[in-house]
Design a protein around this ligand. Structure first.
Ligand code: GAP
Length: 512
């Protein structure tokens, strides 16, 4: 873990965002609990996604399907047969790895060599042209060729399910175990990622249930229920937020890869032949959703899939630059009619749409947008985490950690702070302000410690506004309103606070 990432994870714990699950029993790996501030931030992200999908589109409606589904669902979807990761064990450390991840990490090492060359060259030349350097520097060109060749071979081995070649690659590249340093590996085996459990009243295979590995299937099996009850015409979408479960072989990097996580997925049903048009539309729309929060454009990039999932004819990731590098945050997949057709075959129920314009029945094609809520949480908190040195009017400096979250996402919107704790007239007036504002947005009343320390506590959880009640408040009914990022303070009447703060934290500022 980089130093920055370590700081972010401990900040999450210290300020009540995220706790290790079952911590008193030394934790359960790759499962996490969201604390009081975490649950608020998570709910605000959900609200933003739900509003932008369901409320901003007349042709998108939501559902909340059960986690347990008929076991045939997962046969039809291909997850029973094809939702596998290739695993490999190191015989000395007894540690288990994903073979593809070991090879990807090997490619990253080569990529780091390229980045080092570029950093060195940037320092040497004032008018440095990175594109030209990448195309002409021998070492960079050679290393890039190596990466491209490895990526192509890896993609082929993955889509062919060629476990022997994955093993051969690990041996050829002489990849050592990150723990023992040894190169004594087992064969590569397929490992199904679905968790299963058993129905109480049916023994054996018949009663085997799976915890859903994606929320999407709850949408597919309800496609006709929703279409008929909402009378939607194609193109239309169904959105859902809910838990998904995957028995990840390597689960690390905090909440980036968990065994229990939440997805926000939307399936957009389109006329066959129009899927690429909608794929491009959603690719752009989803990137704009991220950018509307004010995060720098440089933090995002598209990454086309080299290795398509069993259901897709096109797929792209929106990657985000986490503290450990660019990684997948969201996927946009053109899923063809694979899922609806498979469910139709296995259930023997017709899952078709009657198109009044065409006067014909057909199985719609699907374009999916799928984002991990926990990954979005990690992206937002990593992006917001800032260490700052401040200088006051007398030139004195002090440090602060501030979460520069978009105000619409901040867990607490406003802190109400009486200047002094032991002046009853101030605490009573502050409590009155708190009672006036609490029905508008989440407020926190805090009277403990000096005012500066209280500001720091609110900065650390990303509270965009602090209201201070002082002796002038008692005289003229005004307070100071402090803004988190600019540190600007302005005086305003108590009666104007609700409107002023509401207008700045409102979701509609970011909805497009
Ligand atoms: N329905 C398509 C689907 O599930 P995916 O790329 O496997 O596609 C979609 O997952 C998103 O779910 C990912 O982009 C990621 O944000 C999130 N995700 C997947 N596995 C995860 C895990 N183990 N922990 C946290 N988030 C995960």
């Amino acid at each position: 873990m980089s130093d920055l990432f370590k700081k972010i994870t401990s900040h999450c714990k210290e300020y009540g965002f995220i706790f290790q699950s079952s911590e008193i029993y030394d934790g359960l790996s790759a499962t996490y609990d969201y604390g009081p501030n975490g649950v608020e931030l998570k709910n605000n992200i959900k609200d933003y996604w739900w509003h932008s999908m369901v409320k901003m589109h007349q042709n998108i409606t939501g559902i909340d399907a059960a986690i347990f589904m008929h076991p045939k669902t997962w046969k039809a979807s291909g997850h029973v047969d094809a939702f596998n990761d290739p695993l490999i064990d190191n015989k000395d450390s007894k540690k288990r790895y994903r073979a593809d991840v070991l090879i990807e990490e090997y490619m990253e090492k080569i990529e780091n060599k390229i980045n080092k060359e570029i950093t060195k060259a940037k320092k040497r030349f004032d008018d440095f042209d990175e594109k030209m350097f990448r195309e002409t520097n021998n070492r960079v060109v050679e290393n890039q060729k190596k990466i491209d060749a490895i990526a192509a071979r890896l993609a082929k081995a993955m889509s062919d399910g060629d476990m022997a070649d994955l093993k051969a690659q690990i041996e050829e590249y002489e990849i050592p175990c990150p723990v023992s340093g040894s190169r004594d590996w087992t064969e590569v085996r397929q490992f199904n990622l679905m968790f299963n459990t058993q129905l109480g009243n049916i023994a054996g295979e018949e009663g085997k249930l799976y915890l859903r590995p994606e929320t999407a299937q709850g949408i597919f099996v309800n496609f006709l229920n929703v279409q008929k009850t909402t009378r939607q015409k194609i193109p239309f979408g169904i959105a859902q937020i809910g838990k998904a479960f995957r028995n990840e072989i390597i689960a690390r990097q905090f909440i980036f890869r968990m065994r229990e996580f939440e997805q926000m997925e939307m399936q957009f049903f389109v006329k066959p032949g129009e899927e690429m048009k909608w794929y491009e539309y959603w690719k752009e729309t989803r990137l704009n959703w991220h950018l509307a929060l004010g995060t720098s454009k440089e933090k995002y990039r598209y990454h086309d899939h080299d290795n398509l999932a069993h259901y897709a004819n096109a797929a792209v990731d929106i990657q985000f630059e986490f503290p450990f590098g660019f990684r997948e945050l969201e996927g946009i997949h053109s899923r063809t009619d694979f899922d609806l057709k498979s469910h139709q075959e296995l259930s023997s129920k017709k899952l078709q749409y009657f198109d009044p314009q065409e006067n014909a029945n057909y199985t719609p094609y699907v374009v999916e947008t799928s984002i991990g809520l926990d990954r979005m949480f990690l992206a937002m908190i990593s992006n917001a985490y800032t260490e700052e040195t401040m200088t006051d009017d007398q030139g004195k400096t002090s440090e602060r950690i501030v979460l520069k979250l978009h105000p619409a996402l901040s867990p607490v919107k406003c802190a109400i702070l009486p200047l002094l704790k032991n002046k009853e007239e101030l605490t009573t007036a502050a409590m009155d302000v708190f009672n006036k504002l609490k029905s508008h947005f989440l407020c926190q009343y805090d009277e403990k410690d000096a005012i500066g320390r209280r500001y720091r506590r609110q900065d650390a959880i990303g509270t965009p506004f602090c209201v201070t009640i002082d002796f002038d408040t008692l005289e003229n009914g005004t307070v100071t309103l402090r803004e988190r990022d600019s540190l600007e303070q302005k005086r305003m009447p108590i009666d104007a606070l609700a409107q002023e703060i509401s207008s700045q934290i409102a979701l509609h500022n970011v909805l497009q």
